[in-house]
Design a protein around this ligand. Structure first.
Ligand SMILES: [Mn+2]
Length: 434
């Protein structure tokens, strides 16, 4: 049974007003691309095949260490979050999966939750475990860390929670477990770097051993926060070493905000792929640190360069990349000053645009320039693609899939948030990074 949140007529009516201009823009771009030997319809088909997941927690307003400012009509539970995610997918047609977080999204009947999501056109992506905060009634505190805690019972509790997440994920149709731990230190000498990593690897191996056949374990590194002196899985180096030790089903997940300032993330992407360990992405943007700002809002060129590596990787799969090159793409942002639906609509568009631009790169010209050391022409091969306004390609692909040409305009016309403000219970005040 279909239970889509917005009326198809609303989208069709909005599209009817935009269609003439879109056709003009699409045809003009098609003629421009044709002059360089690119078939716009072929690019549109690739774009139509692209998808990414949205995080269930991203549907609510985020916050900072200082405060959170809720908005009226914000989702208060997993069912309302799913409805908001369904709005995003219905308009954008590029976010058909939701990545849940446990225990935040716990329910008593996961088969029913899966059906509920499916009725709104959604499936489930990677399940995320949470061992970075204590829950009411929890036996052992994570104040000493989780998978790397010095307390054996705490490590065991963290292992069991991850295994429970896998079991929930199986019921939801997921095949990935994303593991990020907040473990680390705030003081030199607080813990021994080697022994804490040993404890992490030992506990992570117990989680790894519980992975069902097709499942992957995605290790998310983060350089700092909440620990500010050291973290156990601090960078892509620690991450790939851990993934290599755990086994072929362990891969690295790159969150764009989890690196030292000015790090060349696109090169990290290429390195991880070279060794068959690129498992997934958390897309966001940042100015200073792990800011969790909207994807492409600060540095869209970096996002393009990351996708340039991803398209290279697609064309150049590695033998040890079991099951082919299939990274899990997900938005991971904190929406502190915007309607989260609008932020995710805008971000999904920014991410897909970078993918489309990367598809436009003349790879033959790029590789020839690289091989002949023609630096300027190699750079120009990227620059030419980056400078193309690909918006008409995305809009056309979206419209043909039943989505909206103007996603934000149509969302505002739907009055979704004002309507939900009448129906939903208010969420509480509070602080908290998500
Ligand atoms: Mn992340």
């Amino acid at each position: 049974m279909s239970n889509l949140p917005l009326s198809a007529d609303l989208i069709a009516d909005a599209n009817a007003r935009e269609l003439f201009a879109l056709d003009e823009d699409y045809d003009a771009l098609g003629r421009k691309l044709e002059r360089t030997g690119i078939d716009i319809d072929a690019i549109k088909t690739r774009v139509a095949g692209f998808s990414l997941a949205v995080p269930s927690w991203g549907a609510g307003r985020g916050g900072t260490r200082f405060a959170k400012f809720p908005i009226a009509g914000e989702p208060a539970n997993v069912h309302e979050k799913l409805a908001d995610c369904a709005v995003i997918n219905q308009l954008s047609r590029v976010t058909p999966r939701v990545s849940p977080h446990f225990p935040w999204d716990k329910v008593s009947d996961y088969a029913a939750l899966r059906e509920e999501a499916a009725s709104m056109g959604l499936g489930f992506d990677a399940v995320n475990s949470n061992t970075f905060q204590d829950q009411p009634g929890q036996a052992h505190s994570y104040n000493t860390g989780s998978l790397s805690s010095t307390v054996e019972a705490t490590r065991q509790q963290a292992v069991e929670h991850n295994i429970e997440c896998i079991e929930i994920g199986q019921q939801l149709g997921s095949t990935d477990l994303t593991v990020w731990v907040g473990d680390g230190t705030n003081f030199p000498g607080q813990q021994d770097f080697a022994r804490s990593l040993d404890r992490y690897l030992d506990a992570a191996a117990q989680v790894y051993a519980a992975l069902p056949g097709e499942w992957r374990m995605l290790l998310e590194h983060k350089m700092f926060e909440p620990a500010f002196y050291s973290t156990v899985i601090s960078d892509w180096g620690s991450s790939i070493l851990a993934a290599q030790q755990l086994g072929p089903k362990a891969k690295c997940l790159v969150d764009l905000g989890h690196h030292a300032p000015n790090v060349n993330i696109e090169q990290i992407v290429a390195r991880l792929h070279r060794f068959g360990k690129l498992g997934g992405f958390h897309f966001n943007d940042s100015k200073y640190g792990d800011d969790d700002l909207d994807s492409g809002s600060i540095n869209p060129h970096q996002l393009f360069l990351v996708f340039n590596e991803l398209v290279e990787a697609e064309l150049n799969p590695r033998a040890n990349d079991e099951g082919g090159f299939n990274p899990s793409y997900m938005i991971d942002q904190s929406h502190n000053v915007t309607d989260p639906i609008e932020s995710m609509l805008s971000s999904a568009e920014a991410i897909t645009q970078c993918y489309a631009k990367a598809l436009l790169v003349d790879r033959e010209a790029l590789h020839a320039a690289q091989d002949s050391n023609d630096t300027m022409m190699a750079f120009q091969a990227l620059r030419r693609a980056y400078n193309v306004d690909v918006a008409p390609i995305l809009a056309k692909a979206r419209m043909e899939a039943g989505g909206a040409i103007d996603v934000l305009g149509t969302y505002r016309q739907s009055q979704w948030r004002p309507r939900k403000a009448q129906e939903r219970k208010a969420v509480g005040l509070g602080a908290g990074i998500v």
